[in-house]
Design a protein around this ligand. Sequence first.
Ligand SMILES: *Cc1c(COP(=O)(O)O)cnc(C)c1O
Length: 345
Amino acid sequence: MSTGFLTIDLDAIVANWRNLDAKTRGETAATVKADAYGLGVDHVAPALARAGVRQFFVAIAEEGVALRRILGPGPQIHVFSGHMQGDAEMIGAADLIPMINSIDQMIRHAEALPGHPSGIQLDTGMNRLGMEPAEWQGVREIVLAQGPALIMSHLACADTPEHPMNAAQLASFREMTEDTGAPLSLANTGAMLMGPEFDFDLARPGIGLYGGRPFTEANPVVTLDIPVIQCRDLEPGETVGYGNTFTATRPTRIATVAAGYADGIFRIMGPHTSLWAGSTACPVAGRISMDLIGVNITDLGQDPDHLQILGPDQGIDVLANNAGSIGYEILTSLGARYTRRYVGG
Ligand SMILES: *Cc1c(COP(=O)(O)O)cnc(C)c1O
């Protein structure tokens, strides 16, 4: 067997949720869109529900349907994309709460599912999703008369607490939601770390649950061990991999491991990334291929069975840095070929 082993610590996810929940005065939901950031919503969501999470957020109605099958009746499932054409049956049957983003969506929802709960998403400056202030002003009274399940907005710069955009969006959200009497939600992970004024009634963290920045105190959640297929000796002057980008300058031992860019190990990471044998870092040698990576194990003094690319010494944010990316993208790119092992929960 030559698949990598991806170990996902459900107890760490639950501990991260509890630690984030302790920081807010309101309730704490869980954002589990994109298969719980690639970690497997069928394992992650039940573990969080058992820990006491009562509200979940997904990106699209299809994810909501899958999540309802996993969780059964009870927990609230909110859909960020709102009510799109063709969603009515899913929203109705799976008892989803669409976050209505526009007057068009509002009309569609009222016509297809009269009386079915919905929330409202407001745009406070990110210009991605939600009703703009003037649009909201026009329908505010009609919406409020129906008692929306939630009114929410999203911050563009919550990973940069000092950015003036945060205060501007907070002021805009306050102004747009003043005297609505509806439950309010503004905070993702980053906003939960910025202070109580961002709390409102419901926080909806994602990345912090899964061990990523900006929740730097998070417990690490994933480890990834990759089997070594073959080891070989190189004479000085010999090269490794496509394009000959690594040349041995001394007698060198190279391990070839069974993962590559098709498994989410981006090519661009290569020059900055090591694989680990215990506490020894073994640098990537040459280009990362689709299914294989050369690793310089000369200084290890022995041939390992496995090498670790995600673990205590090199977490998702280090790998992200090596790739000029963010932890979110590392997690959601983790490949389908790994053998997944879930711990705890
Ligand atoms: C993804 C997302 C979240 C969760 O954000 P994190 O930064 O992962 O905590 C919250 N709200 C919205 C609207 C989102 O799209």
